[in-house]
Design a protein around this ligand. Structure first.
Ligand code: AG3
Length: 281
């Protein structure tokens, strides 16, 4: 008998990432997906959706700081932010630190994710403690349809582009998101990685291009527990490119105590390796 229990997310037929598990805290099913929460030795609490790592206690800060602070500090004067997905609460936790915002709306399709985060992962579930966060349980695709210039920033914090999230990567959806943005607005979507998921990454970027034309740029962050550790974010802009913009004054005034994002990263994250640039051509 081997008392050890290991979980592997397979990245391909031949490669994956493995955690040694202390305990399985929850396994649950909704009509959308399977959810597991593990307690692991090296990465603390881990949330899986359909067997894929959504976040770990140890490195979630990278993803959540980067999906929020890059568009927020690039924007000239953000007031209203919409999050689609992000049920674990990590994204709204970061947004709530931007105390000048008027509203933070999140549309998450699966309440099971919210409940599990609140129960087992208070470090992200605490995102819902802020009064400014308005959580709507519903379909983000339907929610954005017909919205006109209602948000300054839309953040798409989804699972991988198959299963319940598939529609969140389509050209039609991005066109609706564009209409929902005000002048000067940005959309940011988690957009997979340039090693294992190049097909998905490019499909997502090309669909964003269908709505935003050449006004799409990418930035990277280093997240050990996501496939390849190099994670891509796609950013669509209505007017000026986000990569050249940074509200230094607001950044200094807020004086956030962050662990990954800073003014240098804001600029540097848009620097792409040659092989990624080639892929994006
Ligand atoms: N959403 C993106 C996770 C993608 C990870 N993919 C994978 N492990 N195959 C994360 C949600 C965090 N709020």
């Amino acid at each position: 008998m081997n008392p050890e229990f290991w979980f592997t997310e397979k990245y391909s037929e031949n490669c994956g990432f493995t955690f040694k598990v202390k305990e399985v805290l929850e396994t649950n099913f909704s009509k959308f997906q399977r959810l597991d929460v593990l307690d692991t030795y090296d990465f603390g609490k881990v949330m899986l959706l359909d067997g894929l790592v959504m976040l770990t206690q140890r490195d979630e800060f990278v993803y959540h700081e980067m999906i929020t602070n890059v568009p927020l500090f690039a924007h000239k004067d953000p007031k209203d932010v919409l999050v689609i997905g992000g049920g674990d609460g990590g994204t709204v936790r970061e947004l709530a630190k931007h105390t000048y915002l008027n509203s933070i709306t999140e549309v998450e399709i699966d309440e099971m994710v919210v409940d599990a985060a609140k129960k087992h992962m208070p470090f992200v579930g605490c995102g819902y403690d802020s009064e400014k966060v308005n959580l709507i349980i519903g379909d983000g695709i339907e929610f954005v349809k017909g919205k006109k210039e209602a948000y300054d920033i839309v953040i798409i914090d989804s699972t991988d582009p198959f299963g319940p999230a598939e529609g969140l990567f389509s050209g039609e959806f991005y066109a609706n998101v564009r209409n929902a943005l005000r002048e000067g607005g940005f959309v940011v979507a988690q957009a997979e990685n340039p090693y294992y998921d190049t097909k998905w990454m490019m499909r997502s970027i090309n669909n964003m291009r269908k709505a935003f034309g050449d006004k799409v740029e990418c930035y990277l962050a280093y997240i050990p527990t996501y496939p390849s550790g190099m994670w891509n974010f796609a950013l669509g802009y209505k007017n000026e490119a986000a990569s050249g913009m940074f509200d230094k004054q607001r950044y200094e005034k807020l004086n956030l105590k962050l662990r990954y994002y800073n003014s240098e990263i804001h600029k540097a994250c848009f620097a792409l390796p040659e092989f990624v640039k080639d892929m994006l051509k």
